[in-house]
Design a protein around this ligand. Structure first.
Ligand code: MG
Length: 216
């Protein structure tokens, strides 16, 4: 039985074309070049390798350079949200208010970053909890260990969760854990690990209705 509606944060709760993730990426790059002394010419290749090997730049820098994750998180999220996000989330608020499932954020970012975004968009009241990278012991999605920890923290089985994500590789792992998977990105399309594809997050209302009305 489905009990939890779980959302990724970045580029899921707000649109990919907002430019916010680009700004965060610029901060990550600046952290590596200006604070850690990486060569600007190779930093993107190193980040790409970290993404593939460790899931995120943060995890790569922790494993290979022993950096302080809290210093990193505070630095990379230091961005004026109002330059990128719209506070108008009426359609999404309407949709979430019609969904009778516990709603949870599951993110590779920090709780502070998640709360700033939720507050700016007027969505905070809908979410019962945020499981952030700190709660995950800095093990990030798509590592299976991150999903094990997440389910342990919320005390749920994978089958009880719907995961809404913009990242196909995260959804593939979610499927292995028995979650129902929703990809937010109509343009790219899903694959066999994706149960539903939506273009606009407010369409989640229709998906949940369909799932809850389906015969067992
Ligand atoms: Mg995302």
């Amino acid at each position: 039985m489905i009990k939890y509606l779980v959302f990724d944060l970045d580029e899921t709760l707000y649109p990919k074309d907002s430019g916010l993730m680009g700004a965060i990426n610029e901060r990550i790059r600046s952290y590596m070049v200006d604070k850690l002394g990486f060569d600007p010419a190779t930093v993107e290749q190193i980040r790409r390798n970290y993404y593939l090997k460790y899931g995120t730049s943060l995890r790569g820098l922790m494993v290979e350079y022993g950096i302080d994750p809290e210093d990193y998180l505070a630095y990379v999220h230091d961005i004026p949200l109002e330059q990128y996000l719209s506070p108008d989330s009426r359609d999404l608020r309407e949709a979430l208010s019609h969904i009778n499932l516990e709603k949870i954020i599951f993110t590779n970012a920090s709780t502070e970053h998640a709360l700033r975004i939720l507050r700016f968009m007027g969505l905070e009241e809908f979410f019962s909890r945020i499981v952030d990278i700190r709660a995950l012991g800095y093990i990030c999605k798509p590592a299976p260990e991150a999903f094990v920890r997440f389910l342990d923290i919320i005390k749920a089985k994978g089958e009880e969760c719907i995961l809404v994500e913009d990242s196909l590789r995260n959804l593939r792992v979610a499927k292995d854990f028995g979650m129902t998977t929703v990809l937010v990105d109509g343009l790219r399309g899903g694959d066999e690990c994706v149960d539903f594809v939506i273009n606009n997050l407010a369409q989640i209302e229709r998906v949940v209705k369909e799932l809850l009305n389906a015969p067992p």
